[in-house]
Write a new protein. Structure first.
Length: 714
């Protein structure tokens, strides 16, 4: 359903890329797919009846399996292994190409990578990859120069493990402790480790069953951490002495339709407990200098009202969509009166959606999204907004790194599909930009060797849907180039068009890459999300098809030469359009695809289902929602017709989209398709929703998907 980054308010769309073929690949016609037993299960719901032939692929103990994949019942494991063997056998002719692509991608991966240092107090913190390492080292050196020391060697900790995921590796405010959340299964079940930097010892009694979010009190003496309930929902905030001790419950979010998260203010003076789903939120406040105090409720939740707060000077600043401010406005109140009254400060600007707040000691800055791209905006106490910097690329990805609150500057990372990341120190008062580092990618061309542009497709109702397009300068726009088309369009998240060295490998081989920024995301503001929510969700799918048809009409592609890729909820997108217009696509790749939607959204025990009912609708209580979801859910709407080739990938430990969703989808596609094209499933026994944890392991998985697309599109 949604990824880790989606759940925590980031884009979840995975940039898949392929490469053009140098030869025609054929598979053996004698390879036979597994026979998937049909065991009909009759489901009665709201007076409706449906039969699910492959419901048996969802194990009865699925929550236990998420925690420990070894608990999967043997008959299902045997079936998944049989599917893996079939997938490997069908793709065997592509193995030389997979190896070629992997070698090329690894050659484009710098042996040694190091981020610019983040200065905090007496230290400068940074991460680096040692030559050949799959996992990073977290390090620091004295602020004014000197010998660097290793705080955490993730490569060393990963030794002997099939999977290692590290989240939020950070130091305490007093610089005496280093903490991180560690996942060794891929199911995002974290243990929080705390290391004493004076002794080098990892302290005993680590918090378990953690969600991976935590923060320190201002003096570094206490650790606040989020606990995951048996349904995998972040539901409680605990406090403990940072060096170990009993846990004290600070707050519990009891509503299964909300998740809970903890964050520190930019100043470090306050902690914010935020309960939210995709349309409603509520914030509680803790003074980080008084960590034993009870949290203060800022404003009680109201359906449809989304807000967050930050601390700046003597005020709290609220970002809110209250009073019809769809693209959000800013309000202020004194730190002495955190519950209000709140006074207007920066008015909403329709079409300019305020997304994130970044206060500094003297100036208040924020990000706003316009036509899919983020812009930096700032204001003084007068509230008059201005843009200190401008970025000219047609499409790009911008993020702000944590830096010292006392200095009126932002450390910005900027990248585009044709330009590798640059770390820029931006002086907010003058607008001066200093490039601190620029990622060098061996074996790729210069940005000017590529064409990056924004096109627009006219949807059926007249809306103009943005499309990001990248291709080589010498690529002929005559319809002959293979096209990889992707998209997302869910949860109000925008598809971030960042840099990928493998993507340029694809472009160098003559492909065109495009992102359809369909409604359901927030590329054009909050209304872009609302226009494809609940009983309007089909707008996302019709937008996507309009984008494909527009690309065909402008000779950026042609029918049967378009490969699709969708990750998570993007898998829902490509799964639906595969049913609607199979005549357009050469291959469809669903990576952890959310394709068994009606059944999943009808399971109230799933950790994310109550949380996402406001987005999709509730088919357990609302007949209109049931009928609408049933009319497009990919699994239920597969029918006898010639489908393109399909590759679905999943992992047993994925607790966002259960592995049974793509397994069931593949089984019913294979039974109904009349084209004879391969319908494949590949399941990882380790890893989770995000796939492999090592940077080279991830490339190997991508190489398999590339080879599949090349085989079917070339």
């Amino acid at each position: 359903m949604i990824s880790r980054r989606e759940l925590l308010a980031g884009t979840a769309a995975f940039v898949f890329i392929g490469a053009a073929p140098s030869r025609r690949l054929e598979s053996s016609p004698t390879i036979q797919p597994p026979v998937t037993p049909r065991i009909p299960k009759r489901i009665e719901q709201l007076g409706r009846v449906r039969d699910d032939d492959y419901a048996w692929l969802k194990p009865a103990n699925w929550k236990d399996v998420w925690r420990d994949p070894r608990l999967l019942e043997p008959k299902i494991l045997a079936y998944l292994e049989e599917e893996n063997h079939y997938c490997d056998a069908v793709l065997k002719p592509t193995e030389p190409l997979q190896a070629e692509l992997l070698k090329e991608m690894m050659a484009r991966t710098p042996e040694r990578m190091e981020t610019p240092p983040i200065v905090d107090g007496p230290w400068a913190y940074f991460t680096m990859f040692a030559p050949g390492a799959q996992q990073p080292r977290y390090m620091r050196r004295p602020r004014n120069g000197g010998r660097a020391t290793v705080l955490l060697d993730a490569e060393q900790r990963a030794a002997g493990l099939k999977f290692l995921g590290i989240r939020k590796a950070t130091h305490s405010p007093d610089h005496r402790l280093f903490a991180w959340a560690e996942d060794t299964t891929g199911a995002e079940k974290f243990v929080i480790r705390v290391k004493d930097l004076a002794t080098g010892d990892i302290l005993p009694g680590s918090p378990i069953d953690a969600f991976g979010q935590f923060d320190f009190s201002a003096d570094g003496q206490y650790l606040f951490w989020t606990w995951r309930d048996p349904n995998s929902r972040p539901a409680r905030l605990y406090r403990r002495l940072a060096r170990g001790g009993p846990d004290t419950l600070v707050y519990e979010e009891r509503d299964p339709g909300f998740l809970m998260e903890i964050a520190s203010s930019a100043s470090g003076d306050f902690l914010f407990i935020r309960s939210r789903n995709d349309v409603t939120s509520e914030v509680r406040l803790i003074d980080a200098h008084r960590p034993l105090a009870d949290p203060i409720l800022i404003a009680a939740r109201q359906p449809g009202i989304d807000y967050s707060i930050e601390h700046w000077r003597d005020n709290f600043v609220m970002r809110t969509n209250a009073d019809g401010a769809e693209d959000y406005k800013l309000m202020q109140t004194s730190v002495e009166t955190p519950t209000g009254p709140w006074r207007p400060w920066v008015a909403e600007q329709p079409g300019r959606t305020i997304t994130d707040l970044y206060p500094r000691a003297g100036l208040f800055s924020w990000l706003q999204r316009v036509e899919g791209n983020l812009q930096v905006v700032l204001a003084g106490q007068d509230g008059a907004p201005r843009e200190p910097v401008h970025f000219e690329e047609a499409a790009y990805k911008l993020s702000v790194q944590p830096t010292e609150y006392a200095r009126d500057a932002l450390l910005i990372t900027i990248e585009s599909p044709r330009s590798p990341p640059r770390w820029i120190d931006c002086d907010l008062r003058t607008g001066d930009q200093t490039i601190l580092a620029s990622e060098a990618v061996p074996g790729t061309g210069k940005p000017e060797d590529y064409v990056l542009k924004r096109l627009h497709a006219r949807a059926g109702d007249g809306a103009m849907v943005p499309i990001t397009v990248l291709h080589g300068k010498s690529t002929r726009l005559d319809g002959s180039a293979p096209l990889l088309l992707t998209g997302y369009g869910a949860y109000g998240y925008s598809y971030e068009t960042g840099y990928s060295a493998p993507l340029l490998s694809l472009i160098d081989r003559g492909w065109i890459w495009a992102v359809a920024h369909v409604r359901g995301g927030s590329e054009k503001g909050r209304e872009w999300f609302e226009a494809a929510r609940q009983l309007k969700k089909k707008t996302s799918f019709s937008d996507f098809i309009s984008c494909a048809e527009m690309l065909i009409s402008t000779r950026h592609g042609q029918a049967k030469r378009i490969a699709l890729h969708g990750f998570s909820a993007g898998g829902l997108l490509v799964g639906v359009v595969n049913n609607m217009r199979p005549d357009l696509w050469s291959a469809v790749i669903g990576q952890a695809p959310f394709v068994d939607m009606l059944n999943t959204m009808s399971d109230a025990t799933h950790p994310l289902v109550p949380l996402t009912w406001p987005v999709w609708g509730n088919p357990l209580s609302d007949p209109a929602a049931y009928d609408y979801i049933a009319s497009y859910s990919p699994y239920e709407n597969v029918r006898k017709q010639p489908y393109p080739a399909v590759l679905a990938t999943t992992a047993i430990g994925d607790d966002r989209v259960g592995f049974w969703e793509p397994a069931k989808w593949v089984a019913t596609l294979r039974r109904h398709s009349t084209s004879g094209k391969p319908i494949l499933l590949h399941t990882e026994t380790s890893g989770g929703h995000q796939g492999a944890s090592g940077r080279f392991d991830e490339l190997a998985q991508i190489a398999r998907m590339y080879a599949f697309a090349i085989w079917q599109t070339g």
